[in-house]
Unconditional design. Structure first.
Length: 319
């Protein structure tokens, strides 16, 4: 099947690991009109069921203390700080170490700002417009996810689509369609000012994970980690230079070797290797002693009563 510039075939999997190919295409004018019908239906149903309009949602959030003057000031402060750090990185003219610190601060600011935005938009999907938007997008996803072998939509109706929305291939295809419809940049994170700077000066790799000068994965403070973000070290400098997996061992944040141990219920925990197996305690002479030996030592034998000497007639004095 021929694919034009407004289409894309993705290869994903279902919950059972079976490969699924999906042709994702931009909707036609007719499909847009049909999705607007779904929007109107959902909007009316939402209003009839008591859903608030977006503006009313905003007023409700203020009335309920969910969003108010204090959080609005916090919102504006984030915007100012983010703009300030972005300008520092764009302008240059400062020490590289200061620029790196600014980039890391900008990362934190942006993450906290997103949390605040999520709080502000928490009720939006419950508004009448929010529910209608979701219905329109669901209809577009349904008609624009096509089987590349047959050219037909995977789902004949909305009910069929709703029953499969948690399938990995449906989620991935939906994301791809959202990128097409709303011009979302699939490499949005990589295009952020702070991440472009960090990549340019090799503080992070292409996956935006921190690396050191030798290309090892590290945390933000330069401590070695593996792909699973566990702290590691190498037995030898040669092993470290070659990044030899046979030389790797796990450590805690302080660089002390740790090992995995399991309790009687099979739960795993990490402890310092030095205490993973308890060494025996010593007696006063420096010799190992067990709790059994100590118990035996403390056990006292029952005392035998002294028998009084038996007095015989021959022992008595004659008066």
């Amino acid at each position: 099947m021929m694919v034009d510039k407004n289409e894309k075939i993705i290869e994903s999997e279902d919950k059972d690991g079976k490969v699924v190919k999906v042709l994702v295409k931009n909707p036609s004018a007719e499909q847009y009109r049909d999705s607007q019908v779904e929007y109107n239906k959902a909007f009316r149903i939402a209003l009839d069921s008591g859903a608030l309009l977006r503006q009313k949602i905003s007023d409700h959030m203020v009335d309920q203390g969910i969003w108010g003057e204090e959080k609005e000031k916090k919102y504006q402060k984030f915007v100012e700080q983010i703009n300030e750090k972005e300008e520092m990185l764009k302008a240059g003219g400062i020490k590289l170490s200061e620029a790196k610190e600014a980039a890391l601060k900008l990362r934190d600011l942006r993450n906290n700002f997103r949390d605040l935005l999520a709080e502000k938009n928490a009720l939006d999907s419950n508004s009448a417009e929010g529910q209608a938007d979701n219905a329109r997008f669901a209809e577009l996803v349904r008609v624009c996810m096509v089987n590349p072998d047959t050219g037909q939509p995977y789902f004949p109706d909305q009910q069929a689509y709703d029953s499969q929305t948690d399938q990995p291939w449906v989620v991935e295809a939906s994301g791809e369609l959202a990128n097409m419809l709303y011009g979302l940049d699939p490499d949005y994170e990589g295009g952020l000012v702070e991440n472009k700077f960090l990549k340019e000066f090799k503080f992070v790799n292409e996956d935006l994970r921190f690396i050191n000068d030798d290309g090892h994965l590290v945390d933000s403070e330069g401590r070695l980690i593996n792909e699973d973000s566990k702290y590691i070290a190498y037995r030898t400098e040669e092993g470290k230079a070659k990044q030899d997996p046979e030389e790797v061992y796990f450590v805690n944040m302080d660089g002390e070797e740790v090992v995995s141990v399991k309790d009687e219920e099979g739960n795993e925990t990490w402890v310092k290797k030095s205490i993973s197996e308890r060494k025996p305690f010593l007696d006063d002479n420096g010799e190992p002693i067990s709790s059994e030996e100590k118990s035996d030592e403390n056990t006292t034998k029952p005392k035998t009563k002294k028998r009084k000497p038996r007095v015989t007639k021959t022992d008595t004095k004659t008066v």
